[in-house]
Design a protein around this ligand. Sequence first.
Ligand code: C2E
Ligand code: SIN
Ligand code: SIN
Ligand code: FE
Ligand code: FE
Length: 411
Amino acid sequence: MGDEQFAGQDSAILAILKTTDEVNQLKDVDTILDKILYESRSFANADAGSIFLVEKDSLIFSFVQNETLFKGAGANAALYQNFGIPISEQSIVGYVAKTRKSLAIDDAYELDVTLPFAFNKSFDEKSGYRTTSMLTIPLIAQESRLVGVMQLINAKNDMGKVVPFSAEARSYIPLFCNNASVAIERGIMNRELILRMMQMAELRDPTETGAHVQRVGAFCAEIYGTWAARRGHSAKEIKRERDNLRLAAMLHDVGKVGIPDAILKKPGKLTDEEFDVIKMHTVFGARLFKNLTSELDHMSMEIALCHHEKWEGRGYPGKVQPDIWAEDVKMGEPINGLDIPLGARICAVADVYDALASPRSYKEPFADEKCLGILESDAGTHFDPEIVEIFIEIFDVIKAIRDKYKEQWGG
Ligand code: C2E
Ligand code: SIN
Ligand code: SIN
Ligand code: FE
Ligand code: FE
């Protein structure tokens, strides 16, 4: 919708249809939110915006863009802020969630005192940003389910001056949002399906939350974004690849479903024989995706198979013999360096970092310095050195992801 001219109704509706179609091709909920917010902001020429998703009786902050405060496609810790707002008339987003009607405000600092809600100035106070015009829209999916609320901030005119949202924006963006809400629900469902699969595969414990899997997916998405931006890849291409990588990375250990509990949950060191059994989780995972054809399946297969390969070789499973389907499949000749698929090189760093920083049945969590020390000393032997370098460069984002996906409420 962004690049087009809106001479009249028809072109606006065509643009909405085209954008809706693009949104429908995305799979992961974060990529879907990113796209919906970006397109809505482009339509209204809005400087900033955020999306809140409904969880129980709250609106959970789920996505943000701000052209003034954080430019470009780089890794961004602000995305992983962790807070909720009650669905009540006291806040603007809560009010819109309750009334289910979009609401345009020309100046957030000049609200009529008779209104039930107040503008929360704390974000502006912390950031130095000045919020003026706002367009807040309920996200409603089929059967009138409330999925969340989108808030667009500071519409600008051609001169870059902040102005009220236009009549066109007020009527067309809610239209687009109705379709977008369906895509958001689908994205949430995809994520939940993967979390359930992973719970079966490796946690086998109904009290576990899947936070580890969410963290590894998010770490990989951010590492990849920085890796690809360094190479000047287009924002569109980065988004598509990142969408696949995030989901595929969440599935890296799905093959653990084939490993007996007695080994997987052993409270202590494994014997060599037991570790040989564990190694098979790479092959079991690869089998799940091998005969499937989408880009996501292909990437999931590569990551499941290769996430324990090492940069200098000596990882596993190597070139398995005779092939992954054989009942007597054997680990093979090592692969190394750039022969290891990029997604697997990224996932190796993300997965080991999270294993180091988290408790396991066989170890205590390590402090950050110790984790980073291990990554740095193994850069160039275990890990692709550039991936470790990027990981350290974006460590503030990594920490924000850890704060967001803590064990208690990651799933
Ligand atoms: P995991 O627990 O998710 O660990 C993933 C990877 O993180 C490990 O791959 C290893 O490269 C790294 N890692 C984990 N803990 C440490 C550590 O204390 N120090 C260092 N330097 N690296 C660490 P790896 O070794 O191929 O293990 C694959 C999986 O096998 C592990 O996944 C875990 O499920 C299982 N496993 C490995 N060792 C043991 C063990 O001693 N006891 C038990 N019960 N399971 C183990
Ligand atoms: C676990 O079994 O605790 C998670 C292993 C992993 O995904 O790295
Ligand atoms: C999880 O809770 O999802 C896995 C265990 C961990 O990361 O410590
Ligand atoms: Fe693994
Ligand atoms: Fe893992």
